[in-house]
Design a binder for this molecule. Structure first.
Ligand SMILES: Cc1cc2nc3c(=O)[nH]c(=O)nc-3n(C[C@H](O)[C@H](O)[C@H](O)COP(=O)(O)OP(=O)(O)OC[C@H]3O[C@@H](n4cnc5c(N)ncnc54)[C@H](O)[C@@H]3O)c2cc1C
Length: 385
């Protein structure tokens, strides 16, 4: 493998050839479709959407240091980072628990960003207490027939497939009768009903199953042993978003510093409002400290020196940090932060208001802040119950 310096050079010249200027704006929602499609294909052709996966499953076959160098180079030019539930949660779980046949079937399309997945965990009566889930899967021949309801399923209206927790043994104790199963969303017996979020978007849905079918060979891990698989996937979910790869992704049109500078103004080269100046400095320090802490924690977890549940610490601090970022922006905006739409407000102001509303959810999804604190207490600090 090339030295890190040589590899960085290679990435830089490859990026120059493949990344048009119009995409060098970070992970914005309004990226132009056609160039974005070409960028995704270019990344996939190198295996760089999933740089550390083995090449036989469509990955880049890179070790951790080269993968980190790749991500650093991409972030440095504000390239869109392509990720999904498939790449960050299901794929790593399949690499560990999937059969060879499941890996061959599902990993290559995930690594090419071709299949959209959604996560069927939560139910109306099972959120924090996830093991209370009631969606049933009954075996009929070589298929399971699925009946029940999921809720808060992000991206369900656009998903091709779902990874889903179902009860395969209703008589077993709560954690023991659960299986982790994959099945297509586009089939009779699956109904999706979008829910609107406080920021105006409708990214998640209720999903109803009434006789939906899943192949028995698509159970991941042992039948009735899905709880272990489910927990591992949650560890991946929490560590991905918890900042092990660096917290806020730069999805906004303007950085927080730019917003605050514009709204508050400068006096003698410093922000005019000393209270906001202090909060901004503390926020920047928190972001950097969290990024470094989670990088260290990630290395320790990989070396077996700490538990993978350390990701809960990252998720908890990250959720607070992104909420605080938007709180600072709102303080700086003052009454200009009260707009929903209309001519009295600039695009950047409206974007921040909606982001403030949207980040209220960050301390809920993937396990609420209280649940993360419970995990940290029990499994990281090993405090007795
Ligand atoms: C934007 C968003 C996207 C989501 N996407 C998905 C998805 O794609 N797939 C999916 O399956 N789910 C998804 N969820 C659901 C999410 O996982 C649940 O909302 C979350 O786990 C909390 O469950 P609940 O809503 O049922 O709240 P509850 O579990 O009813 O919790 C209510 C309150 O009680 C507190 N609480 C509960 N138990 C304890 C405890 N033991 N100790 C201390 N406090 C406790 C909670 O912290 C919370 O404040 C999403 C949620 C949001 C907001």
């Amino acid at each position: 493998m090339a030295s890190i310096e040589e590899f960085k050079q290679e990435v830089r010249s490859w990026v120059d050839e493949n990344l048009p200027a119009e995409l060098r704006v970070g992970n914005r929602r309004d990226l132009p479709g056609e160039p974005l499609g070409r960028w995704i294909q270019a990344l996939a052709s190198r295996g760089w959407i999933t740089p550390q996966w083995p090449t036989e499953y469509g990955g880049g076959g890179l070790d951790r240091k080269h993968a980190a160098a790749l991500m650093a180079e991409l972030r440095a030019v504000r390239a869109p980072i392509i990720g999904s539930f498939g790449t960050s949660m299901l794929g790593p779980t399949l690499l560990e628990f999937g059969t060879e046949e499941q890996k061959q079937e599902f990993l290559p399309p995930i690594s090419r960003h071709e299949i959209k997945w959604c996560q069927g965990y939560s139910e109306p009566g099972a959120g924090s207490d996830l093991a209370s889930l009631q969606t049933r899967a009954a075996l009929e021949g070589d298929e399971y027939v699925i009946t029940g309801q999921k809720i808060w399923t992000t991206g369900a209206d656009k998903a091709d497939w779902i990874f889903c927790l179902v009860r395969t043994d209703p008589d077993a104790s709560k954690h023991d009768g659960i299986s982790f199963i994959l099945f297509p969303m586009h089939q009779p017996g699956v109904e999706v009903s979008p829910l609107r979020l406080i920021d105006g978007s409708a990214d998640f849905s209720q999903v109803f199953f009434d006789g939906a079918r899943a192949k028995a060979k698509h159970v991941v891990g042992p039948v009735n042993g899905g709880w272990t698989v489910a927990k591992r996937l949650l560890q991946h979910e929490r560590s991905t978003d918890g900042g092990s790869e660096g917290g806020i992704t730069g999805a906004m049109k303007e950085t927080l510093v730019d917003v605050v500078k514009r709204e508050v103004g400068l006096e003698a080269g410093a922000l005019a409002d000393p209270a906001i100046r202090q909060r901004l400095a503390a926020q920047e320090m928190e972001a950097r400290a969290l990024s470094l802490t989670m990088r260290r924690a990630g290395e320790e977890a990989r070396a077996g020196q700490t538990t993978r549940d350390i990701g809960s610490l990252g998720k908890y601090r990250w959720a607070n940090m992104v909420k605080n970022e938007q709180d600072i922006a709102m303080t700086a905006l003052g009454s200009q932060g009260l707009g929903w739409e209309g001519p009295g407000f600039e695009d950047g102001q409206l974007e921040r208001t909606r982001a403030w509303l949207s980040t209220r959810a960050d301390s809920i999804w993937g396990g609420t802040n209280e649940v993360q604190l419970n995990v940290i207490a029990k499994r990281v600090l090993l405090i007795p119950e």
